[in-house]
Write a protein of this length. Structure first.
Length: 210
């Protein structure tokens, strides 16, 4: 029990918990990694909190996880993920009676998140956060050339959004469809767009006002 209440114990529990939990979101592990990760974090909270406060802290932590899932599956812009991670850090750092132990716990969360990306080198990847990145994967298999110089000819041309751009999606100019990203705005399907920037790998568009 002394180990669990020590700064090193806090670090190990939060490190393993976050590495396994975030790893579950990044790769396909059938829920095993997520369950183990939350188990380590639950043990961390149980070490410092009464049963009533334990339930409250766990509920807020589950809320933070839900924000990550909603961002990965629906919004895809990274905002809720950032809020979720900040909420996690706040909860982990505030439950202990010692600021040093809380700091070790926060460091464990940060390093655990960073190390979770090592899972991508071993296990099959999930596609939850592909749309958060501002660059589509334009492959030859999908009919794209990674250095498509003709994209530059599209600058200032107008078209419509075939799908929602949040920020990535599909647009149509003339009779051709292209993968594009919006200029920091949510563009709805069917809205008129204009190409504002293009290079060999991406097309950036903005909404046509009026």
């Amino acid at each position: 029990m002394l180990f669990l209440t020590s700064s090193l114990g806090a670090f190990i529990l939060t490190f393993l918990g976050m590495m396994l939990l975030i790893g579950e979101f990044l790769v396909k592990l059938r829920g095993v990694s997520g369950a183990l990760g939350f188990g380590f974090l639950f043990l961390y909270f149980a070490t410092y909190l009464s049963p009533a406060n334990l339930l409250i802290a766990s509920a807020f932590y589950l809320l933070a996880i839900a924000l990550l899932i909603i961002d990965g599956k629906i919004l895809n812009d990274g905002t809720l993920s950032v809020i979720g991670v900040i909420l996690m850090l706040f909860i982990v750092g505030s439950v202990t009676s010692s600021w040093l132990t809380g700091l070790y716990g926060v460091i464990g969360v940060i390093l655990g998140i960073m190390c979770s990306f090592l899972f991508l080198k071993v296990f099959p990847k999930r596609n939850m956060w592909d749309k958060i990145t501002l660059f589509d994967r334009l492959t030859k298999e999908a009919g794209y050339n990674s250095m498509n110089e003709s994209y530059q000819e599209l600058i200032h041309q107008k078209g419509i959004a075939v799908t929602d751009l949040r920020p990535t999606g599909t647009i149509k100019i003339g009779e051709r469809e292209y993968s594009a990203i919006s200029n920091g705005k949510w563009v709805g399907s069917g809205e008129k767009i204009v190409v504002t920037h293009a290079d060999g790998t991406k097309i950036m568009v903005d909404v046509v006002e009026g």
